[in-house]
Write a protein that binds this ligand. Structure first.
Ligand SMILES: [Zn+2]
Length: 327
């Protein structure tokens, strides 16, 4: 049965953003090199989502969280409050001379009635990008892995009362299936859900400016990066494979929100639209990464933000963390 996102997780309203002031100096520890590609973590915010593990991951047993508690606390699970910890971050990728942003967070000034903690934010995300050496006009390509509220926010910004593309030169790659699904003209469930207003303020203005390129199936970005459909979390959810030299990486979007889903890949987040497809896609992609020793970069992992995994029987285990500093 299809239900709206809001019906399934009203506690998303309890999200508490923790913005970190970006350093004015570029922090080399925040950037890694994979083959001919560099990857930099750009933080919008991090902190507790206001949901317990059972709320965020319905049906995940308490003893499973207990079993992995040492690995999860405090970066991914609060030590005292038992609340799931996540981050909002963009992966800044420089490849073949182009500046690419993967996912654009929640954004500023947006009206978000279903998620008060994301309503009318005023965070210095553009300052964080500037600290990494990127001005909005430098961005060549924006990749929205899917069109949930927390992946398209900085697609636009408010200028003189109008939503305009934040990145004036960029092409924005969006999955066609999500472009159709989240348009309120096609989907009565958007009203009142977490994606209320999102199409209007963060997707349509970019489309009207002629900057959106819709894709489906597989889309080759360049010789190092390939977008692939990974449906389940949303109909158009996608991942980006990186293959450069001998290095491999996988930008996983929202296929996992916590390292626990590496150990127990059948547990979906409450934000997954199609439970069976999300489980199948997660298992398949984690397997792809484990078999290639690929660095896994989810959209919302806190702590070191990215990890390496290995097969462990029917599931997987965490075999290492990326060298990004812990939040
Ligand atoms: Zn997300």
């Amino acid at each position: 049965m299809h239900r709206t996102t809001t019906e399934r997780h009203p506690d998303a309203a309890a999200w508490i953003p923790h913005a970190r002031k970006p350093s004015l100096e570029r922090d080399p520890v925040n950037e890694i090199t994979l083959g001919n590609v560099t990857v930099t973590r750009i933080e919008e915010m991090h902190g507790p989502v206001g949901m317990t593990p059972d709320q965020f991951f319905p049906g995940s047993p308490a003893n499973l969280w207990k079993e992995h508690r040492d690995l999860l606390v405090p970066d991914h699970l609060g030590a005292d409050d038992d609340l799931v910890q996540v981050a909002m971050q963009t992966w800044l990728v420089r490849s073949e001379g182009r500046t690419i942003l993967i996912d654009t967070g929640v954004g500023n000034d947006k009206t978000r009635p279903a998620v008060p903690g994301w309503d009318h934010l005023h965070l210095d995300y553009l300052g964080a990008l500037a600290a990494a050496g990127v001005q909005p006009s430098d961005v060549d390509l924006v990749v929205n892995t899917h069109l949930h509220v927390d992946h398209v926010g900085w697609n636009t910004r408010l200028v003189d009362g109008e939503w305009v593309p934040t990145f004036p030169r960029a092409t924005y790659l969006m999955p066609r299936a999500d472009f159709v699904h989240w348009n309120p003209a096609n989907n009565a469930n958007v009203a009142g859900g977490v994606n209320e207003n999102v199409f209007e303020d963060s997707v349509a203005p970019v489309h009207a400016a002629g900057q959106v390129q819709l894709w489906e199936g597989t889309h080759v970005i360049d010789a190092n990066l390939t977008l692939r459909a990974a449906p389940g979390h949303t109909p158009g959810s996608s991942v980006i494979e990186l293959a450069s030299g001998t290095d491999r990486a996988l930008f996983l979007g929202d296929l996992i929100h916590t390292p626990l889903q590496v150990f127990a890949p059948d547990h979906n987040s409450c934000f997954c639209e199609d439970a069976d497809a999300a489980r199948t896609t997660r298992r398949s992609l984690l397997g792809w990464a484990a078999d290639r020793n690929a660095l896994v970069l989810p959209a919302h992992l806190s702590g070191h933000s990215a990890l390496e995994i290995a097969r462990d029987g029917e599931a997987f285990t965490v075999s290492g963390w990326a060298p990004f500093p812990r939040y």
